[in-house]
Ligand binder design. Structure first.
Ligand code: HEC
Length: 167
């Protein structure tokens, strides 16, 4: 759904109504999405906040891969599950009108000119994060399988940033 040329005050009222609406149905399964994105600017805020949290959490995994952080199975399980959960918030946060450029956003225009490639990267990231969570739940240690699954996710961050994010 695309809403264009709205009066700013009306747009704000709609945004407030929509966000209150989604609070009201919090217990509903269908509300497990980031909520309706009402403007490009808001989409940028949601994706940046989400990537910021993904980054803060993944740092721990990166530390383990580098041998700088000890593997604690309770912490690692919590962290990788958060990354899977946070992944969900990215959906719908790259609408056309969120191609704002710097300084608001570091998203490259290629996200919208090579849409299929970008979608593939996002999908691969989600699948590899889910795989990492499954491996962590099973292995519960800094095993070769953990390292391989974690490295795949790290590679997803890097390749998507190389292709679709400004430095
Ligand atoms: C499918 C593409 C893609 C993947 C995969 C991806 N990122 Fe990003 N990331 C982006 C884009 C695009 C931006 C810029 C968003 C913007 O500024 O609008 C970004 C921004 C960020 C930011 C800056 C957030 C801020 O505060 O503005 C961090 C930190 C980050 N990513 C970390 C990660 C980590 C860690 C991973 C892997 C676990 C990862 N990203 C995976 C595309 C991706």
């Amino acid at each position: 759904m695309k809403i264009k040329n709205r009066h700013p005050v009306k747009a704000l009222a709609v945004a407030v109504a929509l966000s209150l609406g989604s609070l009201g149905v919090m217990a509903d399964d269908k509300a497990a999405k980031p909520g309706p994105v009402v403007s490009g600017k808001e989409a940028v805020e949601i994706r940046r906040a989400t990537f910021n949290l993904i980054g803060k959490n993944f740092k721990h995994v990166g530390g383990i891969l580098k041998g700088e952080v000890d593997y604690n199975s309770v912490d690692v399980e919590k962290i990788v599950n958060r990354i899977v959960f946070l992944n969900d918030f990215l959906h719908g946060t790259f609408p056309e009108d969120s191609n704002l450029g710097e300084p608001q956003s570091k998203a490259r225009p290629e996200i919208w000119t090579k849409k299929d490639d970008f979608k593939k990267s996002l999908k691969q990231f989600r699948e590899n994060a889910q795989n990492l969570a499954a491996v962590v739940a099973k292995e519960k240690s800094n095993s070769p399988a953990f390292k391989e699954a974690a490295q795949k996710v790290a590679q997803d961050c890097k390749s998507c940033h190389d292709n679709f994010k400004l430095k």
